[in-house]
Write a protein that binds this ligand. Structure first.
Ligand SMILES: Cc1cc2nc3c(=O)[nH]c(=O)nc-3n(C[C@H](O)[C@H](O)[C@H](O)COP(=O)(O)OP(=O)(O)OC[C@H]3O[C@@H](n4cnc5c(N)ncnc54)[C@H](O)[C@@H]3O)c2cc1C
Length: 342
């Protein structure tokens, strides 16, 4: 995939989380780029942006977390310094146990060296309104990314340096064989005639914003859902997973589902103030979709960030930028060669 051409002109189509993170990696390497985004963000601005290193269902570590999380931490922290804004709201995750068995499993894993970086017990729960009869465990993490601020501030910064950030829809007829294109279109890659072979399996998701003056939590709380403390007594509740809906629409079913799960373990007064929906670019084999078109060497994708894009995107954008320059290989697990038509 080596292009061996630092001066080739790259157009990044789609400037959600994936396209924006990739643009930062280009900037680091002095690779000229322009960004085009239709402003129809499907996923990034809805996302809770939580970085969760643990798969609670099986109490295992998330895929490649030991590499991905430290890299993401360093990446966003460096940008906070550069942009002069807070991008990460640094909070740990509080896992509320649903049973004695879960508490026991946690104790076992907590004693396992491979988990000591992530699992702990909270000293002081500092929560009111949450039913925690079986106790709780602490997951050490970097909190959540303020996704909208990250996107807006990054684009402003790129523009201040003279990079073109256009707000418009890209038409595939515009493809020029002498230029390089990286498609970071999220679920809209399904409309891209060059990459119809990619097995995207989009996942619709909804979140609620509630206001409560009686719910007091100082961590991101998780039990069958997450409760994310925001400012001014506001909390984000999420999320739903629906594989049938293809439009980012809010539904009564989604709202009812979230409130039912919330009320199962929280007892507080609240009002719902907003509901948001998006579609995650998830993939059949749950791995990102990165790499080049099998015949057209000027067309590439950086997509499939799935349910954990905030943690995954920085590491693989770094690797992809190196691969494009021919200085390091792309991980086979994420390379779209695995889906190239025979
Ligand atoms: C409800 C919900 C909760 C989530 N929670 C988390 C979480 O807690 N933690 C986490 O890490 N991840 C979470 N995610 C997943 C996360 O949002 C994604 O991994 C990530 O945002 C995907 O980014 P993206 O840039 O690939 O896609 P998108 O954000 O959809 O961006 C794609 C962009 O491409 C543009 N585009 C597409 N086609 C064109 C075209 N032809 N011309 C111009 N522009 C185009 C669109 O306008 C859009 O802005 C969640 C997602 C949802 C929906």
């Amino acid at each position: 995939m080596s292009l061996n051409s630092k001066n080739s002109e790259y157009t990044i189509v789609g400037a959600g989380l994936a396209g924006t993170v990739l643009a930062w990696q280009f900037l680091k390497r002095n690779i000229p780029f322009s960004l085009i985004d239709a402003g129809e963000n499907q996923s990034t601005t809805t996302a809770a942006g939580v970085v969760n290193p643990i798969v609670f269902k099986r109490l295992t570590k998330s895929w490649k977390v030991d590499e991905l999380l430290p890299y993401a931490d360093e990446f966003y922290t460096e940008l906070e310094d550069k942009l002069g804004v807070e991008l990460l709201l640094r909070k740990n995750l509080l896992r509320i146990f649903a049973s004695v068995e879960e508490e026991n499993n946690w104790s076992v894993k907590e004693g396992d060296d491979r988990f000591t970086t992530y699992l702990d017990r909270p000293d002081n729960l500092e929560i009111t309104g949450v039913n925690q009869q079986y106790g709780a465990g602490l997951v050490k993490t970097i909190g959540h990314l303020k996704t909208t601020i990250f996107i807006e501030e990054s684009h402003r910064y790129f523009q201040s340096l003279g990079y073109l950030v256009e707000k418009r829809s890209f038409d595939y007829d515009e493809v020029d064989a002498n230029k390089q294109y990286i498609f970071c279109e999220g679920v809209a890659v399904q409309n891209n005639p060059y990459f119809t072979f990619l097995p995207l399996k989009p996942t619709h998701g909804e979140v609620l914003i509630i206001r409560s003056t009686t719910l007091k939590v100082n961590h991101i709380v998780n039990r069958n859902m997450f409760i994310q403390p925001l400012e001014n007594d506001l909390f984000k509740l999420g999320a739903t997973y629906n594989w049938e809906l293809n439009e980012p629409i809010c539904t009564e079913e989604g709202k009812a589902d979230l409130l039912e799960r919330f009320e199962q373990f929280v007892d507080c007064e609240y009002e719902v103030v907003d509901q948001l929906a998006g579609i995650r670019p998830t993939v059949k084999d749950r791995r990102p979709l990165i790499g080049s078109h099998p015949q057209k060497e000027n067309l590439h994708v950086f997509n499939g960030m799935g349910t954990k894009g905030v943690m995954i995107a920085p590491f693989f954008a770094n690797q992809f930028a190196d691969a494009l320059l021919g200085v390091a290989p792309l991980d086979k697990e994420v390379d779209i060669r695995r889906f190239w038509p025979e």
